[in-house]
Write a protein that binds this ligand. Structure first.
Ligand code: BGP
Length: 469
């Protein structure tokens, strides 16, 4: 690859910009039942309903980071990473979610963290990425307040084990997704449709985050703690008041529900009013709201894939149907929108800029970074050239078009500190398994998970080396 001539760099980022990628334990580690790891809800769901997973491939068949982490970290270094986000598997560290700790897990995460630091790649560590230990799910998961206590203990353990070396912590990744998937729309275990539980689960997750932040601060470790949220700007179909109202409520349900308590320590009034009026306020204990109010994040990870487009409802909701947020808005299919046809997600690059400017203007310009952004593509093998490299120019285009908007936000004063692609290497995804490939690095499932860097990986190496493109 040719090094970009410095003068030709049009989009220049700060020297200390974080360049890297993100991943999660369940999606990469493998060794799902090895070395004392307990089951989580994914191991369990696959056991009971393998047909819900693409090609019948479950979480034990991931890219085997557990065995190959050394090789992977070398590859990260090779393609210019100065930072990498991973998650700790709660059920690897505490096989039952609480109680006895698994020393093998401590050894594994120590090794990974040390190897990253030795390669000059800063570890960003997330505590929870959709992977509830099964034992805790069996007593209600996030719907049960005792899970918050177990999580506090788990978080504290991680801080004391690894907090001397890890300086960027995250309490949760996309906490609204398990709420939507597990309790509203049937794409995560336990596949319930129950708005009351959804609200309680969301509330307990927010509380757990604030409690973990409180513990972290009390330990006076040298580092920052944040949360990672999937923010989906809600664009109204038109400026008609009914469409505008639909977009405000959609935003309150799907963005501000977690963004406001995490950054401001308060809940959006629009949402609280609805929950009150409809009788769905969660059970809140004395003192909780003060904890949430006083323990907001230092740092916000923004996952951005696609916006939401909404319009006022065409029809009044059926009063007998289960209560759902969707009774306040309909999705709107915008004519001519650009799509990632493989994943069925809209591509709207400016969305990332709108998010960053919103954070600047309405959230105290909180320190943030793009913690996930990426393009899942099916059948990438057809782009492999004679030298064995996948020529994923569409991914280079996707990343650079988003980075241009990040750059514009930066110029306008956004406090954005980095960009992490989802994901480092092709990995297993929640029920889609290996259908869509996202990585800078391809993984050959038929050849002992052999890794080869894609064209985008080499391109990114230059971007990181030049702090721009
Ligand atoms: C985010 C998750 C990731 C990842 C990504 C891509 O929501 O944090 O874990 O999976 O989306 O989505 P998918 O794998 O469903 O295509």
């Amino acid at each position: 690859m040719t090094r970009i001539n410095n003068e030709s760099i049009q989009f220049k980022f700060p020297e200390d910009f974080w360049w890297g990628s993100s991943a999660s334990a369940t999606q990469t580690e493998g060794a799902a039942d090895l070395d004392g790891k307990g089951k989580n809800i994914w191991d369990h769901w696959f056991e009971i309903e393998a047909n819900r997973f693409f090609d019948g491939v479950g979480p034990q068949d991931t890219s085997q980071f557990y065995y190959k982490y050394k090789e992977d970290i070398q590859l990260m270094k090779e393609i210019g990473h100065n930072s990498f986000r991973l998650s700790i598997s709660w059920s690897r560290l505490f096989p039952e979610g609480k109680g006895e700790m698994n020393e093998k897990a401590v050894e594994f995460y120590n090794n990974v963290i040390d190897a990253l630091i030795a390669a000059e790649i800063e570890p960003f560590v997330n505590l929870y990425h959709f992977d509830m230990p099964l034992a805790l799910q069996e007593t209600g998961g996030w719907n049960n307040r005792e899970t918050v206590d177990a999580y506090e203990k788990y978080a504290e353990t991680c801080f004391s084990l690894f907090g001397d070396r890890v300086k960027k912590w995250f309490t949760h990744n996309e906490p609204i997704v398990p709420v939507e998937g597990g309790y509203l729309y049937d794409f995560h275990y336990p596949n319930e449709v129950n708005f009351r539980k959804a609200v309680q689960v969301a509330y307990h997750t927010i509380l757990s985050s604030a409690k973990a932040i409180k513990i972290y601060k009390s330990m006076k470790l040298d580092g920052k703690i944040g949360i990672i949220l999937n923010l989906t700007p809600s664009y109204p179909r038109s400026q008609h008041p009914a469409d505008l109202k639909a977009s405000v409520l959609c935003d309150a349900f799907f963005n501000r529900s977690f963004l406001d308590p995490s950054v401001k320590g308060t809940f959006p009034t629009e949402l609280v009013d609805i929950l009150k009026e409809e009788g769905y306020l969660p059970v809140i204990e004395d003192g909780d709201l003060a904890i949430i109010n006083e323990n907001t994040v230092d740092l916000l990870g923004v996952n951005y894939y696609q916006p939401r487009r909404v319009k006022a409802k065409d029809n009044l909701p059926n009063p007998d149907s289960p209560f759902m947020p969707d009774r306040y808005f309909d999705n709107y299919i915008m004519p001519g929108r650009k799509m990632n046809v493989y994943r069925g997600w809209e591509i709207y690059e400016k969305g990332v800029y709108d998010i960053l400017i919103n954070l600047k203007e309405n959230y105290g310009n909180i320190e943030c970074f793009i913690s996930e952004n990426g393009m899942g593509v099916e059948g990438e093998e057809r782009f492999r050239n004679e030298d064995g490299m996948i020529e994923d120019d569409y991914r280079i285009d996707f990343i650079s078009e988003h980075l241009k908007w990040v750059h514009k936000a930066l110029l306008e004063g956004s406090n954005v500190k980095g960009y992490h692609l989802w994901t480092f290497m092709d990995n297993w995804s929640w029920s889609n398994a290996y259908k869509n490939r996202y990585g800078f690095v391809s993984v050959n499932l038929d050849k002992d998970n052999e890794r080869t860097v894609k064209k985008s990986g080499y391109w990114f190496k230059d971007v990181a080396a030049n702090n721009g493109f």
